[in-house]
Design a protein around this ligand. Structure first.
Ligand code: TRP
Length: 334
């Protein structure tokens, strides 16, 4: 019996893994594995809420699985959401415990529905997205959810759903999950340090963890430093972001010496950039090597993940059985 507290988190399979994802989330997930029982999901059902291509979706799901394994996520902690269809089943039940008005007021829904394509199509899935996320969390009866501040509203909704369910069935069945906001660095785009590093803004706004050394060097070399509009005495956002990257990469000694140069007015930006590029290349090399080992055993790795998902699914099935009992639905004997 595993008495450790349970952590759940999830990530959508939407393509390249960049240093914003790595330093901001995945690196922390790797660390949490030492102290908690962790479940990490690749949430492909969520990836269908915005326009998508079926072939790319499946490819991206495997791609992300391999990438997560290469960063040090353990296979037994990983699952693929669509191989645990109980998530969708619990989502349906939760729909009936969710306020429609509250869903329409979610920030993410407002943002995403404003980005609808030319045809104006907005899926009901994008409205329902947070209910599926609540199901992801509560189906494993997770104690903690490590996420960024932007997910706070979704966690609040998750607790509202759990409470409403508990009240209606007259049992404190679901524990109310808490967010863990670990001190994670906020990595900005090197091309525009006023915005978060992200894929949606385009290629120059993110550094891919799997990019080759030259590409990483080039992107860091072209990072925006001084823009001339920073107030006297303050560090410009671009320079601060480069120091933040060094910190995230745990290149502490180099960072301190460069910071001292900065404060004495001696810092050459090219030295700072080179230090950042070398730090990232060091991390990328290690992750790329592990990825190459995994690529050499593709079939075994996929089988292993199917098995770990099957194992993790058992916990989800227990929850569904309890929920159906409590809600007055029928259970098939299995
Ligand atoms: N909405 C999350 C994000 O965009 C992804 C996600 C889906 C998630 N289900 C989750 C995160 C459950 C934590 C727990 O980052």
């Amino acid at each position: 019996m595993d008495n450790r507290k349970t952590v759940l988190s999830a990530i959508q399979p939407t393509g390249d893994m960049h240093y914003g994802n790595y330093f901001g989330a995945v690196k922390n997930w790797v660390r949490l594995q030492d102290s908690y029982q962790c479940f990490y999901g690749v949430v492909d059902y969520h990836a269908m809420t915005m326009p998508f291509n079926p072939k790319t979706l499946r490819e991206n799901t495997w791609e992300l699985i391999f990438n997560l394994l290469a960063t040090g996520i353990r296979p037994e902690n990983l699952f693929i959401q669509s191989l645990v269809p109980e998530h969708a089943e619990l989502c349906w039940v939760f729909n009936c415990f969710t306020s429609f008005g509250q869903l329409t007021r979610m920030t993410q829904f407002k943002d995403k529905s404003a980005q609808s394509g030319e045809d104006g199509f907005i899926s009901a899935g994008i409205l329902d997205y947070p209910v599926l996320q609540a199901a992801d969390i509560l189906i494993y009866r997770a104690d903690y959810v490590p996420v960024g501040k932007d997910q706070e509203q979704h966690l609040e909704l998750t607790r509202n759903i759990a409470e409403r369910f508990n009240n209606q069935v007259g049992k404190e069945y679901f524990v109310l999950p808490e967010t863990i906001y670990t001190e994670v660095p906020k990595v900005m785009s090197t091309a525009d340090p006023s915005r978060k590093m992200s894929k949606s803004a385009g290629e120059k706004h993110y550094i891919n963890v799997f990019a080759d050394d030259n590409r990483i060097r080039k992107q860091v070399r072209s990072a925006v430093t001084d823009t001339g509009d920073t107030p006297e005495g303050a560090m410009s956002p671009g320079v601060a972001n480069l120091f933040e990257l060094l910190k995230a990469a745990e290149h502490t000694a180099v960072r301190e010496s460069l910071l001292a140069d900065y404060h004495s007015g001696q810092l050459k930006y090219v030295d700072l950039k080179d230090a950042v590029a070398e730090a990232l290349i060091g991390i990328s090399t290690e992750i790329r090597n592990r990825r190459a080992d995994l690529n050499a055993h593709k079939k075994e790795v996929k089988d292993q993940i199917r098995q770990s998902t099957e194992q993790i699914r058992k916990r989800a099935q227990e929850t569904i059985r309890d929920v159906k009992d409590l809600a007055g639905l029928m259970n098939v004997k299995f």
